[in-house]
Ligand binder design. Structure first.
Ligand code: ZN
Length: 251
């Protein structure tokens, strides 16, 4: 039997008004995705309010409710305040949160995925390359969800790929060898620098993206390729993609 009161580490992914003074929160936790209610937090005297800002990493105390569990205490681990003050970083965080939401179900317990999300928000808060943080996050998420793109072996025949490979197939989930490059007419052109970048990001920790200096062209192509693959898997674009693109247009 579950305890009536339990502690959970969480990232706050979405907040919406609920009832007169409450908020409904969408949380990512090591035990999966949770929807909980924070009671009275829209009142000015609420002590909880300052600890449930969007994209905060917190240690929570929750009480089992009849329908939704109730948040009773929150201790901030990392408030990610830089991220929330910067529109570009903020748009990246919305995107990361929505992607997590779309790839998981409430009962999907995943400590590794939660750890990746914590790393992602931490990196979005300070990284000089927030776009590459998102690419790394996408590759980690795809790997942990069972959709790791084929970047070392041809997605059709399994042959070891070399620098000559120049097609990425969103439908087949990876790069095609020169012999199979015509097999999927929907395959996208893949330039050498982007191919090297994707392989690098797939195998490196988040910190390894900091020294990278890349042209906007390479960054843009990496984004387009992974976005096409994600769109294929999710069967549509994410809502936050429009926000991400709008903010980019402002720069
Ligand atoms: Zn092949």
């Amino acid at each position: 039997m579950r305890d009536r009161i339990y502690r959970a580490e969480a990232l706050i992914l979405r907040r919406s008004d609920f009832g007169e003074a409450d908020r409904l929160l969408l949380l990512a936790t090591p035990g999966g995705k949770r929807r909980v209610v924070a009671k009275g937090v829209r009142k000015t005297m609420s002590k909880l309010a300052g600890h449930i800002e969007l994209f905060t990493h917190a240690s929570l105390l929750l009480a089992v409710g009849r329908n939704l569990d109730l948040l009773t205490q929150s201790q901030t681990i990392n408030g990610h305040s830089t991220l929330r003050a910067d529109l570009r970083r903020l748009s990246c965080a919305y995107y990361a949160a929505e992607l997590y939401d779309r790839f998981t179900r409430e009962e999907d317990e995943s400590r590794p995925l939660f750890a990746v999300l914590v790393e992602t928000f931490g990196a979005l808060n300070h990284s000089a390359n927030p776009d590459l943080v998102l690419r790394t996050y996408e590759l980690r998420l795809l790997h942990l969800s069972g959709y790791r793109p084929h970047l070392y072996h041809c997605a059709i025949c399994g042959a070891l790929l070399d620098e000559e490979a120049d097609r990425f197939s969103p439908a087949l989930g990876g790069v095609l060898c020169p012999r199979d490059r015509g097999a999927d007419r929907g395959a996208l052109a893949l330039g050498g620098p982007v191919f090297r970048l994707l392989r690098y990001l797939q195998g490196q920790p988040f910190a390894a993206i900091e020294p990278l200096r890349l042209s906007p062209l390479v960054r843009g192509e990496a984004e387009r390729l992974l976005r096409a693959y994600l769109r294929q898997l999710l069967e549509r674009d994410l809502k936050s993609v429009a926000f991400l693109d709008d903010v980019k247009g402002v720069d």
